[in-house]
Ligand binder design. Sequence first.
Ligand SMILES: C[S@@+](CC[C@H](N)C(=O)[O-])C[C@H]1O[C@@H](n2cnc3c(N)ncnc32)[C@H](O)[C@@H]1O
Length: 244
Amino acid sequence: MRIDIITVLPSLFSPVLEASVIGRALASGVLEIVVHDLRDWASDKHRTTDDYPFGGGPGMVMKPEPVLQAVQDVLGKSSTEATVVVLSPQGRRLDQELVRELAARPRLVMICGRYEGFDERILSCADVEVSVGDYVLTGGELPALVLVDAVSRLQPGVLGHEESAADESFSDGLLEYPQYTRPSSYAGMDVPEVLTSGDHARIAAWRRRESVRRTAERRPDLIEHADLTEEERAFAGRVIDGDE
Ligand SMILES: C[S@@+](CC[C@H](N)C(=O)[O-])C[C@H]1O[C@@H](n2cnc3c(N)ncnc32)[C@H](O)[C@@H]1O
């Protein structure tokens, strides 16, 4: 997968992109990420990318010409079909379903806003606007990194164990079951006996039940659309009602 990021703060990216799993994916070539400095498309000597809002009001607005020219030039550099993502608190809220959709695309171009946001005409280039949540950040760089991380770890070969993405929270509409590691007993807190039993069928059944329980307790809103058996749905209902 190739990802292009257009930003006025390119230096924010390298510490995160060079570290850990993404760093290894970049080094191995599974992932290619190019960060572009939007100011390279500014036309004045001050490299201006923002201007006052028409109609007045506080703050500055991102100018359309540098962004739209940058997108056109970045898209023109490759024939791979690209999906243009604008990071915006007004966009579709990011969840694992949207992450999966975007992770399946061969190429993403992400546009990071700053100041009071985008001149509305910039949105004409967007295939999708993505929000990382119902709160406002100072810029689109952290949201872009969130999205880069989430889509990267779904690329084949990026995670050490292919199962680790398949098993975790939201992969099947449920939160993941509780996890434990050594020691089996610490400060009076013991690991559930089943996990040290070596009985794989019992362990799988326990994990599934605890996954349903945890989701019903913490995110009952997910239960309605989760893929559950009749018995599991009844169990979730009892958990939600406080009977389990
Ligand atoms: C201060 S925000 C602008 C908010 C805008 N005035 C509004 O009310 O919708 C500046 C930039 O940060 C980014 N941003 C802020 N919060 C975000 C969020 N929750 N999700 C994605 N991007 C966000 C966007 O790129 C946005 O253009």
